[in-house]
Write a protein that binds this ligand. Structure first.
Ligand code: 2AL
Length: 174
């Protein structure tokens, strides 16, 4: 996909295609639309990163709260977004046994109790054992550090989703 194709998209089509590069946060795509024309994919990513970084802590936590739990209720009930379903599946979270599901559920609950937002990690870059280990480790963090770490994971997820869109045929998404 050429960047000129992206720059030629209508606002509605742009948000339709890029609206979920940050999970359930189409506002971010709507906001960066103001920066068209984009130089390249990296330019889009930079604008998204700058937008996220410019948010107050409450906005960053809002972004985190838009993420589904890993191996949580949405996965069990089939209500994940298409992107999240693929990511959780690649990390091996769709084939957990009942003991692993319970462990994940307990750690996710402790984490949310402590921080007030869900644990977020780039599932595509981690396998289930790493996810469980990092969930357990990051539970020990201070809130401010943890918020920043989680937001860095959101940026990684976003970057991979952007690349996926560019690799795929944009026409099939319209
Ligand atoms: C997710 C998700 O939906 N995809 C991903 O990579 N991580 N969720 C999460 N809570 O970390």
């Amino acid at each position: 996909m050429d960047i000129s194709v992206v720059n030629a998209l209508t606002y509605d089509d742009f948000v339709k295609i890029f609206g979920n590069v940050v999970e359930k946060c189409p506002l971010i795509s709507a906001a960066i639309w103001s920066h068209r024309p984009f130089k390249d994919l990296a330019d889009i990513e930079t604008h998204i990163t700058e937008f996220i970084d410019s948010l107050p802590d409450s906005g960053k936590e809002g972004i985190l709260r838009c993420h589904p739990d890993l191996a949580g209720r949405d996965l069990q009930s089939g209500t994940l977004t298409h992107e999240s379903q693929e990511e959780q599946s690649q990390a091996g979270l769709t084939t957990l046994d009942s003991a692993e599901i319970l462990r994940m559920y307990r750690l996710n609950s402790q984490y949310k109790e402590r921080f007030g937002f869900p644990f977020v990690i780039c599932a595509r870059m981690n396998k289930k054992a790493d996810i469980l280990r990092q969930l357990s480790d990051r539970l020990q963090n201070e809130r401010a550090l943890e918020r920043e770490q989680a937001i860095e994971e959101v940026k990684k997820i976003c970057s991979l989703r952007l690349h996926n869109i560019v690799l795929s045929d944009i026409q099939t998404k319209l």
